[in-house]
Design a protein around this ligand. Structure first.
Ligand SMILES: Nc1ncnc2c1ncn2[C@@H]1O[C@H](COP(=O)(O)OP(=O)(O)OP(=O)(O)O)[C@@H](O)[C@H]1O
Ligand SMILES: [Mg+2]
Length: 361
C-alpha cells in the first residue's frame, strides 16, 4: 500500500518533517545538499532497517541530535483494511526500537513485507560491478516477496551451513556425511525457489529492457553456487578434502548469483555508465512488475537523482514503466524541470527541499 504519511526527525540535516505524499508520483527537488536523498533514506530505513548509502546507521542521525525517529502510516487497502503503521526509534548510544502497529516488531522481514521498497539511485550500477553478494541479495529480494516460505527455508539453510562449517573446522570427518544430508536437502530447496523465480523474471526483464532501450542486448544466467548441472552431493564429495583444509563450505546456495552479460562479456566491463543504469533500472522495474503480479499491489519506488547518467529519452522511458506499474514513487532531482519537462504524469505532487526543509508546492 502507498505511504499516506511520512514523519521524520533527527535524520541528517532534515528539519522535523511531516510529508503527505501523493499515492502515485512525488517529485522532490532541491539544490545539492538540501536533503532530498535523506527523505528517501528515511523511507528505506523503515523498510529494511538499513540505509542504501551507508553501512553505519550512526551517520544518518543528525549530528546535534541524540534520537532519530521515523514513522510511516500506510494507506488503507482497497477492501477497507486499515493501513499499517511503522515506527523506528534509534538513539545515539545504538539502542533501537521498531514498532509495527504499536507492537514490537518480530523481525525486519515483517516490515519489508508491509513496506516493500525498491531503490534506483546513482550507485545502483554497483549491482553489475559489485560482488556476487549484491546480485544474490537482489535475486533473493524477489524470491522473498513472491514466495512466503522462502525466508524460513533460508534461515534453516543458514543454520545448517553454520553447523557444517563447524564440523569442517573441527575436522570431524565422521559427522560430515550426517550433516551433508540435511545441508543438501535445504540447499536444493533454496535452489528450486530461485530457479522458479528466475524463470518468471527473465522474460519480464527482457521485455522491460526493450522498453527502456531496444538496442541493448543483455543476458542473465543463474549460477546456483556450485558447478552447473552437477548434483551438489557429487560436488561436496569431490571438494571434501579441500573444504576440510579450508574449514568452511565452498559450494552451496550461499555462493549463488546472477551473471549479467552483454555480448558474452560482463555487462559491468563493457557497458557505458548510462547503459549500466538502464540495465539496473530494468532489473528493478521487472522485479516490481513480478512483485505486483504475485501480491496484487506494486512496491514503492525510490528513484534518487533520476537525471544522473540518463538522457531525456531514457528518463522518459523509465518513468513510463513506473506509470504503467501504477506504483507510488518518489523521484528526486536538482531542478524541477529535469523530470517534469520530459514527463507529466496524470497525478503527482511536487515537494521542494531547501536546507533541510521540505515544502509541498
Ligand atoms: N549526520 C548528519 N547530520 C547533519 N547533517 C548531515 C548528516 N549527514 C549528512 N548531512 C548533511 O545533510 C545534507 C543533506 O544531504 P543529502 O544527501 O540528503 O542531500 P541531497 O539533497 O540529496 O544532495 P545532492 O543533490 O547532492 O544529492 C548535506 O548537506 C549533508 O552534508
Ligand atoms: Mg542526493
Amino acid at each position: 500500500m502507498p505511504i499516506r504519511q511520512l514523519s521524520a526527525r533527527g535524520v541528517r540535516n532534515l528539519a522535523p518533517l511531516v510529508l503527505l505524499p501523493h499515492p502515485r508520483v512525488n517529485f522532490i527537488y532541491g539544490n545539492n545538499g538540501s536533503g532530498k536523498t535523506s527523505v528517501l533514506e528515511s523511507v528505506h530505513l523503515l523498510s529494511s532497517g538499513k540505509s542504501f548509502r551507508t553501512h553505519q546507521l550512526k551517520h544518518i542521525l543528525n549530528r546535534d541530535d541524540d534520537r532519530l525517529e521515523v514513522s510511516i502510516d500506510l494507506a488503507d487497502s482497497p477492501d477497507g483494511e486499515p493501513g499499517d503503521s511503522l515506527y523506528s526509534l534509534r538513539l545515539k548510544n545504538g539502542d533501537h526500537l521498531f514498532r509495527l502497529n504499536g507492537s514490537v516488531l518480530g523481525s525486519q522481514a515483517d516490515a519489508a513485507t508491509r513496506l516493500p521498497v525498491l531503490v534506483i539511485e546513482p550507485n545502483t550500477f554497483k549491482l553489475l560491478s559489485g560482488s556476487p553478494e549484491e546480485r544474490r541479495q537482489f535475486m533473493d529480494w524477489g524470491v522473498f516477496h513472491v514466495e512466503a516460505s522462502f525466508i524460513e527455508q533460508w534461515r534453516t539453510f543458514r543454520s545448517l551451513l553454520k553447523q557444517r562449517n563447524a564440523v569442517l573446522k573441527q575436522k570431524e570427518l565422521e559427522w560430515l556425511d550426517v550433516w551433508n544430508e540435511g545441508f543438501i536437502e535445504a540447499a536444493e530447496k533454496i535452489d528450486d525457489y530461485r530457479r522458479d523465480y528466475l524463470q518468471r523474471f527473465k522474460p519480464e526483464f527482457d521485455r522491460t529492457l526493450k522498453l527502456l532501450d531496444p538496442e541493448l542486448e543483455v543476458g542473465l544466467s543463474y549460477y546456483p553456487g556450485w558447478e552447473k548441472n552437477t548434483p551438489l552431493a557429487d560436488v561436496l564429495k569431490k571438494q571434501a578434502e579441500r573444504e576440510l583444509q579450508l574449514g568452511f563450505t565452498q559450494a552451496g546456495p550461499h555462493r549463488a548469483e546472477i551473471r549479467i552479460k552483454s555480448d558474452k562479456q560482463n555487462a559491468a566491463d563493457v557497458l557505458s555508465r548510462g547503459q549500466q543504469k538502464t540495465v539496473v533500472a530494468a532489473l528493478k522495474l521487472a522485479q516490481g512488475i513480478l512483485f505486483k503480479e504475485s501480491t496484487g499491489s506494486p512496491p514503492i519506488y525510490l528513484v534518487d537523482d533520476l537525471a544522473s547518467e540518463l538522457d531525456g529519452a531514457h528518463r522518459l522511458a523509465l518513468c513510463q514503466v513506473l506509470e504503467d506499474l501504477k506504483c507510488q514513487v518518489f523521484i528526486t532531482s536538482i531542478e524541477k524541470g529535469q523530470v517534469l519537462d520530459t514527463w507529466q504524469p496524470a497525478e503527482y505532487k511536487v515537494f521542494h527541499v531547501e536546507q533541510g526543509n521540505v515544502t509541498e508546492e
